[in-house]
Each structure stands twice: as C-alpha cells, then as structure tokens.
Design a protein around this ligand. Structure first.
Ligand SMILES: [Cu+2]
Length: 117
C-alpha cells in the first residue's frame, strides 16, 4: 500500500427516502490524496471499483491501496454501522477517472467517480 501523503477527502454513503447514493457523487483528488468513505445510513454499503474500467497497470496498486479489509479484488468489505469507514489511498495512481459502485445497491444506481489529477 502506498501511504496517503496529501489531503484525505470525505465521501458519505447514504440510503434514505432520497435513494441510495454517494455524496458527493463525483470527487476530484490529487495523486497522493486519500478518500475516506463514511457509512451514514441505509447500509450495508461498500466501495467497489469497476474492474472492467480500471487500466491493467493501475489495478494492482489501487487494489493494494484499499488495504486488506476487502471481500475481493478492488472491492471493500461491507459497512453496516454508522461512522464505519473505508479509506483508500490514491498515491501512485496515475491521473484518470475511476468509476466505482456499492455492490449491494448498484441496481439502485449507487455509483460514483473518483477523478485523480
Ligand atoms: Cu450502498
């Protein structure tokens, strides 16, 4: 895992009367920053990068940067309780757009995009 050297941004994971969603849906970070996803409501939620869209030369580093709390490649464990978090480092991740989703709620369009500058 390449450690976070910059800012750690926050994205909330929500499920309520307004639907299932990441807030913000789109987030732009600098290489070396991190993102902390926070479980707020309506879990279980997780963070799963779309393996089909992640370049082959990014996949191993991004997977490593998700740490060991995972249920599969590029897919974090489920978070059920408020204030549980998932932190991912974007150190050594080349600039690009990295789509992700919440596995339990992908059919309800719980999707987001991380842009690395
Ligand atoms: Cu979800």
């Amino acid at each position: 895992m390449a450690p976070i050297t910059g800012t750690t941004h926050e994205v909330r994971m929500l499920g309520d009367a307004q639907g299932y969603r990441f807030d913000p849906v789109n987030i732009t970070v600098k290489q070396g920053d991190g993102i902390k996803w926070i479980m707020v409501s309506g879990g279980p939620h997780n963070v799963a990068f779309d393996a089909a869209t992640i370049p082959a030369d990014v996949k191993p580093q991004l997977d490593a940067n998700m740490g060991t709390d995972k249920m599969g490649e590029l897919s974090s464990s489920m978070k059920m309780n408020p204030n549980e978090t998932i932190t991912v480092s974007f150190a050594n991740i080349k600039p690009g757009k990295y789509p992700y989703n919440c596995v339990p709620h992908i059919a309800m369009n719980m999707k987001g995009v991380v842009t690395v500058q």
